[in-house]
Write a protein that binds this ligand. Structure first.
Ligand SMILES: Nc1ncnc2c1ncn2[C@@H]1O[C@H](COP(=O)(O)OP(=O)(O)O)[C@@H](O)[C@H]1O
Ligand SMILES: [Mg+2]
Length: 309
């Protein structure tokens, strides 16, 4: 697991390690827990990818059927209860794959994390390390974080300090937000070298079920007996399509059941709401695939994308 503050080269170190591994004929799994950038899918997700070939300098790894879970926020702090649940779910699925495939098992897993390392962010890192049962943690740049991890991790976990490489470029908030936007644009339209042609179609409100994860908090005194104060964070709320979801990204769930399974299901992909017609009761969706959608269960993301094509 690679940890450290923002802009110290974590993602780059992951890429270098994975490339080395593939060149040594290994088949490692890349796990990305950084919901802010979303290297495997789009921002707002976590996921895992089997690495089959090295990544070119200017493009990502080949992305055949990555395993993707929808979180829906660009910062894990927006709903850390949900984030922990999804990390555990992803870890369980990755462990199953390791058990099923000897070559992958001997190659191991490289885990990228986000730059949120203080307070609850630090607890989250410890949590993620436990979920994946990591045995090596590389700490980039920050000695304090290194010392904390040496103190708090069990003895069998090797904690290694790596100084930040001189080449690392610091990015401003706006540059990071542009990178997020660019990532979503690429999801639909591809890159200069590899253009994609997304589809746009109308679909009736009645043909879809759009959920949001997380209900507004109730004051403790109003909670029904036996309900915990943070249960509302993982509650599914059915939405009536309204102007508020315009330009929002929606995850297309793989869930076969229309119940709480939706929260921990991985997703087939993403669409974006480009128009809402409340009179005709239809939504216009930007989608990588033509109609029909692989499932009628969609989950709202906080992330928005302005389709300017
Ligand atoms: N060794 C390096 N030499 C040159 N550029 C680098 C190096 N490491 C990272 N970078 C660049 O610095 C920026 C931040 O690196 P990144 O790996 O995304 O950091 P983090 O994941 O910690 O936020 C990126 O634009 C990346 O291409
Ligand atoms: Mg990164």
């Amino acid at each position: 697991m690679i940890v450290g503050p923002c802009d110290v080269g974590k993602s780059t170190v992951c890429r270098i390690l994975l490339n080395y591994a593939v060149r040594m004929s290994r088949r490692p799994i890349f796990v990305d827990l950084d919901v802010g950038q979303g290297q495997i899918s789009i921002p707002g997700t976590i996921g895992a990818l089997m690495i089959e070939r090295p990544a070119a300098i200017d493009e990502g790894f080949s992305q055949e059927a990555p395993l993707v879970y929808h979180f829906g926020h660009k910062n894990p702090s927006s709903n850390s209860t949900l984030f922990s649940m999804l990390v555990q779910q992803l870890a369980n699925t990755v462990k199953e794959r390791l058990e099923a495939n000897k070559r992958t098992r001997s190659s191991g897993v490289i885990i990228n994390t986000c730059g949120w390392i203080k307070g609850a962010g630090y607890k989250q890192l410890i949590n993620s390390a436990k979920s994946f049962e990591v045995d090596v943690i590389m700490v980039l740049d920050q000695e304090r974080l290194y010392n904390e991890l040496v103190r708090d991790m069990p003895n069998f976990v090797k904690v290694i300090f790596l100084p930040k490489s001189g080449g690392v470029v610091e990015r401003s908030k706006s540059v990071r937000s542009e990178a997020r936007d660019q990532r979503i644009r690429e999801y639909f339209y591809g890159s200069l070298k590899n253009s994609l042609y997304p589809h746009s179609f109308d679909i009736k409100f009645s043909e879809l079920k759009i959920y949001k994860i997380g209900a507004p908090a109730l004051p403790d005194s109003c909670l029904p007996l036996g309900m915990k104060a943070d249960d509302h964070l993982t509650k599914l709320v059915l939405l009536t399509p309204n102007a508020g979801i315009l330009h929002h990204v929606l995850a297309v769930s793989f869930s076969e059941k229309d119940d709480d399974d939706i929260i921990l299901s991985h997703v087939a992909g993403f669409v974006c709401v480009t128009n809402i017609d409340t009179e005709r009761q239809t939504l216009t969706l930007l989608s990588p695939q033509p109609k029909p959608l692989p499932n009628n269960i969609l989950i709202l993301s906080e992330l928005q994308f302005m389709d300017s094509h």
